[in-house]
Design a protein around this ligand. Structure first.
Ligand SMILES: [Cu+2]
Ligand SMILES: [Zn+2]
Length: 186
């Protein structure tokens, strides 16, 4: 697994010593340091088929976002946390806009940016696979903390058809929504 980084926005160091014990049998593959909580959700495509998983982990450095999927179109693609935990295919408009609790504009390169839900682009390989993790210090799995993603209406991780240009408000000119994973409080 490679780390997935964009400048200072994801100044994460993914350390070795992977694995988080989640009870007797279950072992969740986690690369981030000091992980204390983890939530996983299926990633679905525009046909509503499961194409992978997204794992969110809460740790010392912030929230880890790991995407593991196959059967996607190869290339560089935008990925964001959107404001609602609702993934209704085929357009996933149900997920709403980018998660933006601080009323910023979109993009790491936007002087008025960026949204808490903005993330560095991912690259899907020639075989249509991706397995990447980044860490964001602007998101949290802890209730009451800034950037809490499991709020009242939940949140969704959305993958787009094209790359995020990191500056065009409100969504980085990243094209259609091609995959979505919903996260809601249990
Ligand atoms: Cu998005
Ligand atoms: Zn954004």
């Amino acid at each position: 697994m490679k780390k997935w980084i964009y400048g200072a926005a994801a100044a994460a160091v993914i350390l070795s010593g992977c694995g988080m014990q989640m009870g007797k049998e279950e072992k969740i593959p986690v690369m981030s340091e000091g992980v204390t909580t983890a939530v996983e959700s299926d990633l679905i495509n525009t046909e509503g088929e499961t194409v992978g998983t997204v794992l969110l982990t809460g740790g010392k450095q912030g929230t880890g976002i790991r995407i593991t999927a196959e059967g996607l179109e190869p290339g560089v693609k935008a990925i964001h946390i959107h404001e609602k935990g609702e993934c209704t295919p085929p357009d996933f408009k149900s997920a709403g806009a980018h998660y933006n609790p601080d009323q910023k504009e979109h993009g790491f390169d936007n002087p008025k940016g960026f949204h808490a839900g903005d993330l560095p682009n991912i690259e899907v390989d020639e075989e249509g696979k991706v397995d990447l993790e980044t860490v964001s210090e602007y998101l949290s799995l802890k209730e009451g903390h800034p950037g809490y993603v499991l709020d009242e209406d939940g949140s969704a991780v959305v993958v787009h058809a094209g790359p995020d240009d990191y500056k065009t408000d409100p969504a980085g000119n990243s094209g259609d929504r091609i995959a979505c994973a919903a996260f809601n409080k249990k």
